[in-house]
Design a protein around this ligand. Structure first.
Ligand SMILES: NC(=O)C1=CN([C@@H]2O[C@H](COP(=O)(O)OP(=O)(O)OC[C@H]3O[C@@H](n4cnc5c(N)ncnc54)[C@H](O)[C@@H]3O)[C@@H](O)[C@H]2O)[C@H](O)CC1
Ligand SMILES: [K+]
Length: 496
């Protein structure tokens, strides 16, 4: 079943406003903390039945408060515990002070914690409120725990992970699992936070859906439920022209492979027809490798203008192995001016590095017809200021770039973010490490093109393509090549 809280991503700021609102509507904020701490204790007992001792490390804020509740619950369950505090617990405030007050047992200074084999560490030092790099005492503790390779269960977030960005503030615990509350935060889904959070459990502490909805932004984890309705449906009336005609620009004679991968992926991903537009000097090479993909010579803007007289050709992929920067810019202008949809990748992106504004201008005044698929390096060519702003999370960078370019933006990586000009953002989490292989991006561009040409809106076309690409990568398994991803596409069972 699709639960809203399983896909929603809330920033720590959103979460703070939700807390505030929940309390203002009469919900006991200490009650939320009590449920949070109890959930942590339950997860600890369930996951680590053989623990000799739970070392509960409590911080100076509400994350520490959850820790005291968990410590009390573990004690009541008969588990051996030892509690260590960073800072003087007597100075705790509000709910955390109450949680501390309810815990009956000794609390030692964090600096005195000597990790022992058999300990399971409950990390309740810092959660959503981490606002700067970790202090030295905490870093020393993290190092000592990592040195002994002790299992860590993190409360809300592994301490040291910035909940808004997923970046490490100085040092961070590497958790086996993290228990978070209501929704995931960017720190759970963006790298490196995602790797350090381990298995993330989302626990509903009882904040009403209406309060969540009031403050929820437009960020989610990329799942089929979010775009399934936009997928093209197969009916008996489906005709190859109805399923769309995708055209992919090939590079010159020595660089044709990338575009062929895009073209083949487009065909496998459901485009009715796919044509490779090839320079004449590369026709023989391309012809030798193609059967189901059609081939047309194209060397100049005039050739393109003639081609564009066919109104059925609505969707293009330009960039993989393309090579010619001037031609790329001229072709893109023609495509934009004639109202075409375009997936711009690789060299197509680089072609606009000296004047990204001219690209954005071309696609500014219309529905979203452009999909940009940069990796970090290409992103920096089009959006140097956003790439340089280390204060932005990857989600925020993608959102700003999508708004500026009026494009559906696919910011690639193991934590690919797909953003729309209207602010929607999806973080993808089904990619296997094997997907980072030569040609993988060319395949993705082709799948996006296929989805576009079948009539999906740009953002949904991109998001579903990234997801299918991830699934195909998983199906192809370890050691895959880009060809394997293409082949795995048609073997995928029904989406979602
Ligand atoms: N959101 C919810 O629904 C609930 C959240 N709970 C838990 O509360 C924490 C967030 O609590 P908060 O007090 O805002 O933040 P922290 O405990 O993470 O830390 C704040 C505390 O630490 C100080 N501080 C921040 N950074 C540093 C640093 N680098 N060095 C030293 N000190 C630092 C800061 O000044 C504050 O004093 C959330 O994660 C949940 O675990 C609830 O209990 C349930 C409801
Ligand atoms: K924590």
């Amino acid at each position: 079943m699709h639960r809203e809280i399983d896909t929603l991503i809330l920033t720590p700021d959103d979460m703070g406003r939700i807390d505030h609102d929940a309390a203002a509507s009469g919900l006991s904020s200490y009650g939320l903390m009590e449920r949070a701490g109890q959930a942590v204790a339950a997860a600890a007992l369930r996951r680590f039945p053989g623990a000799l001792r739970f070392a509960v490390l409590c911080g100076p804020g509400n994350n520490g408060g959850d820790g005291y509740v968990a410590a009390r619950a573990l004690q009541e369950a008969g588990a051996a515990i030892a509690v260590y505090a960073f800072g003087d617990p007597a100075t705790l405030k509000g709910d955390a002070a109450e949680a501390f007050g309810c815990f009956k047992g000794p609390v030692f200074a964090l600096a005195d914690y000597a990790p022992r084999v058999g300990d399971v560490v409950i990390d309740a030092l810092f959660g959503a409120g981490l606002s700067r790099d970790l202090p030295e005492t905490v870093i020393r503790t993290i190092n000592a725990v990592r040195e002994k390779v002790l299992p860590v269960l993190a409360v809300d977030l592994p301490s040291g992970i910035d909940g808004r960005t997923g970046q490490v503030r100085g040092r961070a615990f590497e958790a086996v699992a993290t228990v978070t509350f209501m929704c995931r935060k960017p720190g759970h889904v963006l790298l490196p936070g995602r790797m350090l959070a381990g298995d993330v459990e989302i626990f509903d502490i009882g904040i009403p859906g209406r309060v969540l909805a009031r403050h929820a932004g437009h960020s989610r984890v990329n799942t089929p439920a979010l775009w399934r309705v936009a997928l093209p449906t197969e009916t008996s009336a489906t005709h190859k022209y109805v399923r769309g005609h995708l055209a992919v620009f090939s590079g010159g004679a020595t660089a044709t492979g990338a575009a062929r991968l895009s073209a083949l992926a487009g065909l496998r991903a459901g485009a009715g027809l796919v044509t490779l537009l090839s320079p004449r000097d590369a026709l023989a090479t391309n012809a030798a490798h193609l059967t189901s993909v059609m081939l047309k010579p194209l060397d100049s803007e005039d050739d393109l203008a003639a081609l564009l007289e066919d109104a059925r050709l609505k969707t293009f992929v330009l960039g993989p192995g393309f090579g010619h920067m001037d031609k790329a810019r001229h072709y893109v202008r023609r495509l934009a001016e004639t109202g075409r949809q375009l997936v711009l990748d690789a060299d197509g992106i680089t072609a606009f590095r000296d004047d990204p504004g001219s690209l954005f201008q071309l696609f500014a005044a219309s529905d979203t017809r452009l999909v940009l698929t940069p990796h970090d390096g290409e992103f920096a060519r089009l959006f140097p200021d956003l790439a340089a702003d280390k204060g932005l999370s990857k989600i925020e960078r993608a959102q700003k770039a999508a708004a500026r370019s009026n494009a559906a933006l696919v910011l690639k990586g193991a934590d690919t973010v797909i953003a729309a000009p209207d602010g929607r953002a999806l973080v993808n989490d089904n990619a296997s490490p094997w997907l980072a292989t030569a040609g993988s991006g060319d395949v993705l561009a082709g799948i996006i093109g296929a989805h576009l040409t079948q009539g999906m809106p740009a953002f949904e076309a991109a998001a579903s393509a990234v997801w299918r690409h991830g699934e195909a990568g998983r199906a192809a398994g370890e050691g895959l090549t880009a060809e394997d991803i293409v082949n795995a596409l048609s073997g995928l069972s029904e989406i979602g």
